[in-house]
Design a protein around this ligand. Structure first.
Ligand code: 1OR
Length: 301
């Protein structure tokens, strides 16, 4: 014991060049589409780009315990998970020999687990940096790997533009202050900006909700049918969390504020991404909801 069970594939023989891949069967194409369907990095590809991505991907079968990515190695592939689960481990750069007994492989701390539809390995390819974490298969798994050149030519532009676009904004949002930089990057991947004209409704009291919003610019009015306007929200404020935290109907109506001609711009986060990406923040939100609205949501118990 104490040795890595597998050769990391980062140092393996498969080169990360866009060597032409065998033509895929319809079943394979279906499987890739299914795997990338939920993944934000593949949103907004046009038909040609999607065809190129599908053609460049290669299937990788992974054994339990296999180290697919070794922290510190050079980046060659980006991976999308078709089936199976992966643990992500991160070690501080100077903490190599601490706790040898507990961490014989010196992988560091488990920071994340990724499953079907998820992806990993984009950081090293985006920033030409060493692998930031190790990725280890929990059981048997199937991956689709995209070589670095295809990743950079097809996916990089969109991904880094989006991360850059939201980076400064998300840094300025108080509720997200406790998150790590990479956690904010994942939120940026999942955000979608929407614009509303003054007076236009974003959410309606009593309806069911499946999105959470952060205000990018402009103001929003919160109102309830019985008491009228109960609050005004501005840049960096958020709303829409209650219905998601408590699985309850929308507790209030939120509409764009300001004068005629003013606009409200929000960044929307879907329910799944909200649950997956805002883990530690959810508790803070639930507590604040209690303070602000006197609500004790199911989540607070
Ligand atoms: P990579 O190319 O550096 C390792 O290879 C991959 O692990 C990395 O890209 C990410 O896709 C993935 N910090 C760094 N990398 C992470 C993290 C992470 N989670 C997944 N990867 N976290 C921050 C820990 C302080 C966890 C955030 C949820």
């Amino acid at each position: 014991a104490g040795q890595l069970a597998e050769q990391p594939s980062d140092n393996g023989s498969a080169a990360a060049e866009p060597s032409s891949q065998p033509v895929k069967t319809d079943t394979q194409l279906q499987r890739i589409r299914q795997a990338i369907g939920q993944n934000f990095l593949f949103r907004n590809l046009d038909e040609d780009q999607e065809r190129d991505v599908l053609a460049a991907m290669r299937e990788v079968q992974v054994q339990p315990g296999e180290v697919v990515i070794q922290q510190g190695a050079a980046g060659d592939f980006f991976y999308v998970i078709e089936s199976g689960e992966f643990d992500i481990f991160k070690r501080e750069l100077d903490a190599s020999t601490e706790n040898q007994a507990e961490d014989p492989d010196n992988r560091g701390k488990k920071v994340h687990t990724a499953g079907p539809g998820g992806s990993f390995g984009e950081l090293a390819l985006m920033y030409n940096a060493p692998r930031a974490a190790s990725v280890v298969a929990k059981g048997e798994a199937t991956l689709w790997a995209l070589d670095r050149i295809s990743f950079r030519t097809i996916l990089l532009d969109h991904t880094s533009r989006k991360r850059r676009m939201y980076e400064t904004f998300l840094l300025s949002v108080p509720i997200l202050a406790s998150l790590e930089g990479y956690e904010r990057a994942k939120i940026a991947d999942a955000l979608e900006s929407r614009t509303f004209q003054s007076g236009e409704q974003v959410i309606q009291e009593g309806e069911s909700g499946d999105e959470f919003y952060i205000i990018e610019s402009g103001t929003a009015l919160v109102e309830k049918s019985d008491t009228g306007v109960i609050g005004e929200l501005k840049r960096g404020d958020y709303f829409g969390e209650l219905a998601l935290l408590n699985r309850a109907p929308r507790a209030a109506t939120v509409k764009a504020g300001g004068q005629a001609g003013d606009k409200l711009r929000v960044a929307a986060l879907g329910e799944k991404a909200f649950t997956r990406l805002l883990g530690p923040v959810r508790e803070i939100m639930a507590r604040k909801a209690g303070e602000m609205y006197g609500l004790t949501g199911a989540y607070r118990s």
